[in-house]
Design a protein around this ligand. Structure first.
Ligand code: URA
Ligand code: SF4
Length: 220
């Protein structure tokens, strides 16, 4: 008799997903997610935050140092800039649901000192974490979704998507997001990209982010 090796289950958040569309229960289950190795070096899962009936969902890349410590998305420097941009675009941040493509902080130690430096999540991490994002979106069914930066946009639109020609335009959902086809999808730059822009051009980059957010607001 031949024996077949047991195939290990595919890694990813789907192994930890409860059968529910309650955001609260999803958040609770995500706290124990071990769908990829990023949980090991992070403090905690940073799930999305905001009203469950939000009409606007903004998706970032992954939590940063401050978010990892506090357990809340967009509370560090990029979050501060994002809140300022939202205000300028006349969007009430209290009515927005903020989340990330990847729910654990990926970092590497600085060459010296205790600082933890942001490291971009790999395609594998984005894929592993995607079930949390799709279930958040399906639980909320917002009118408008804005991906902030290429990592968030590629989580939804695939790894070939580039921001350059598509920012600030309404985008088509891929077939596997059919349940969200009534929502308008946009992509723009990540607030961290504004922070990284050399100071002479930073105001222009900020204005472009605000303009893209204002376009998204008009779709509400
Ligand atoms: N950058 C992100 O993409 N998300 C956060 O929550 C914070 C910084
Ligand atoms: Fe799970 Fe996402 Fe954290 Fe990986 S990054 S352990 S998939 S919640």
């Amino acid at each position: 008799m031949t024996t077949h090796p047991v195939r290990p289950s595919r890694p990813g958040a789907q192994n930890f997903l409860p059968a529910t569309d309650s955001l609260e229960l999803l958040a609770r289950a995500a706290a124990d997610c071990r769908g990829c190795e990023l949980f090991r070096d992070a403090t905690q899962t940073v799930f999305g935050a905001g009203p469950s009936d939000a009409e606007l969902v903004l998706i970032g890349e992954q939590p940063g140092d401050a978010e990892d410590k506090q357990g809340v998305p967009f509370v560090g420097p990029a979050g501060k800039l994002l809140r300022s941009a939202l205000k300028s675009a006349e969007i009430d941040v209290g009515r927005v649901y903020l989340t990330n493509a990847v729910k654990h902080f990926r970092w590497r130690p600085a060459a010296s000192g205790p600082r933890r430096l942001h490291e971009k999540p790999s395609q594998g991490h984005v894929t592993a974490c995607r079930p949390w994002l799709t279930h958040e979106l399906n639980a909320i069914r917002p009118k408008v979704v804005v991906a902030l930066g290429a990592v968030a946009a590629q989580s939804i639109l695939g790894s070939k998507f580039t921001l350059t020609h598509s920012r600030g335009q309404q985008l088509d959902w891929p077939a596997d997001y059919e349940s969200l086809s009534a929502s308008a999808l946009f992509a723009t730059i990540h607030p961290s990209a504004v922070l990284r822009t050399p100071s002479l051009e930073r105001a222009t980059a900020m204005e472009a982010l605000i303009a893209d957010l204002a376009i998204a607001r008009q779709a509400l």
